[in-house]
Design a protein around this ligand. Structure first.
Ligand code: GLU
Length: 429
């Protein structure tokens, strides 16, 4: 990754800009620019052939001002400490923007789960959680799924942590299977939350969602479900790409049928009646709504000038580089930033943790309506901030909203010194 695209440095720049725009003290930046705690672990895992392979893993806890650290665990060959730092930092602001009582954290293991057998994956998941267990716990740090981890991995991790504690501790991790304390609606939550904010953004800019054309980059859990939900709202899904290729059909796809095709063939490429399309072609094609739902740094300075969408809903974390952001803002594209647009996942993770703590479980309807209320509220809070400050884009506005909350908490806790200007914003009734 080039220096320009180091996600950790990008995340620090985003904080810098929001702190300056809010006129907050330098102490706020000093506290937020780096994680509170980082742990690097070497994880020996027995492979199926009897050999031992040592994997490297991380758990980074960015900030605890509003509550325990919260954030997923990523299994990917490109995981690095700087990437995990950036992702942990983004979690602090993602949780704060939707008003969750959490700080931010993130974990990662450098590995390729596609090359591991199911047993090796299980052993790696258990060994990783053992290695970081001393800094985890429902009141300390609560992991969840992220790229290439899923509810099965969460179940193994919860089980291993429970063995370590010698009692069932369901609240230590979220995104679990329903039978062991998972929440209804968690699997679709990131996509559902993204759909709610895209719907509200369309209303705000006067775009009719019915018939709006949509292109989705990344057809995994988040991307495929966003496509499905936007289609249900009347949108026309005209293009999708996954890591192996893409499909374009100006008449629009039926997402359920596309999913069946993908699950049988392993890719959306070659879907009957569609034209093959590359990721770059998808990002720059004529459409109303663009959903980046893959990895970081996809919308670059090179691609941004050719983007024609009116709204970008960032279902992925960090898909747009700062240079691209500036170009999109200049061109009048409304970017719904990751910390807002994909906050649905952590929001329902929060509901899962609350349900685990109470031992009482909600219906899917209840979960979805609570999620809708949180997402719609967060969208308008950010949109109001954006409208009130002519010089900022939606991303900076989202950081300004969340940094206001985090800095208020740090201020009242005495972390910022006596004469620090504390931004008061949470209404107390
Ligand atoms: N990994 C997801 C994210 O980046 C979910 C985090 C969580 O549920 O804690 O938002």
């Amino acid at each position: 990754m080039s220096k320009e695209l180091n996600s950790y440095e990008i995340a620090q720049q985003q904080i810098r800009e929001a702190v300056n725009n809010l006129g907050l003290s330098e102490m706020v930046f000093d506290m937020l620019k780096q994680p509170t705690r980082e742990l690097t672990v070497a994880i020996p895992v027995e492979m199926d052939d009897g050999s031992i392979k040592v994997f490297t893993g991380y758990r980074v806890q960015h900030n605890f001002a509003l509550g325990p650290a919260k954030g997923g665990i990523r299994f990917h060959p490109d995981v690095s400490l700087d990437e995990v730092r950036a992702l942990a930092l983004w979690m602090t602001f993602k949780s704060a923007v939707v008003g969750l009582p959490y700080g931010g954290g993130k974990g990662g293991v450098i590995c390729n789960p596609k090359e591991l057998s199911n047993r090796e994956l299980q052993r790696l998941s258990r060994e990783y959680i053992r290695s970081v267990a001393p800094i985890l716990g429902p009141e300390k740090d609560v992991p969840a799924p992220d790229v290439y981890t899923n509810s099965q991995v969460m179940a193994w991790m919860m089980d291993e942590y429970s063995k370590y504690k010698c009692y069932n501790d369901f609240g230590v991790i979220t995104g679990k299977p329903i039978i062991v304390g998972g929440s209804l609606g968690r699997n679709e939550a990131t996509a559902r939350g993204c759909t709610f904010v895209v719907r509200e953004a369309a209303k705000a800019i006067g775009l009719n969602i019915k018939g709006a054309t949509v292109a989705v980059q990344g057809y995994g859990n988040a991307g495929s479900i966003v496509a499905n939900l936007l289609h249900k709202l009347g949108c026309k899904i005209v293009a999708v790409v996954d890591s192996t290729g893409g499909a374009y059909n100006p008449q629009g796809f039926i997402p359920e049928k596309l999913e069946v095709f993908k699950s049988e063939i392993g890719t959306v490429k070659g879907y009957p009646g569609s034209k093959n399309i590359s990721s770059e072609e998808l990002l720059t094609m004529a459409c109303d709504i663009l959903i980046p739902a893959a990895l970081e740094n996809q919308i670059t300075e090179e691609i941004a000038p050719r983007i024609k969408a009116k709204i970008i809903g960032e279902a992925a974390n960090g898909p747009t580089t700062p240079g691209a952001d500036r170009i999109l803002t200049k061109n009048g594209v409304l970017v719904l930033p990751d910390i807002l647009a994909n906050a649905g996942g952590v929001t329902v993770s929060y509901f899962e943790w609350v349900q685990n703590n109470m031992g009482y479980y909600w219906s899917e309807e209840e979960v979805n309506s609570k999620l809708e209320a949180k997402m719609v509220n967060a969208f308008y809070e950010v949109y109001k901030m954006y409208k009130a400050h002519k010089q900022v884009d939606m991303r900076t506005a989202a950081y300004m909203v969340s940094i206001s909350y985090v800095s208020e908490a740090m201020g009242v806790r005495g972390w910022l010194g006596e004469d620090t200007k504390v931004q008061k914003c949470r209404k107390v009734s």
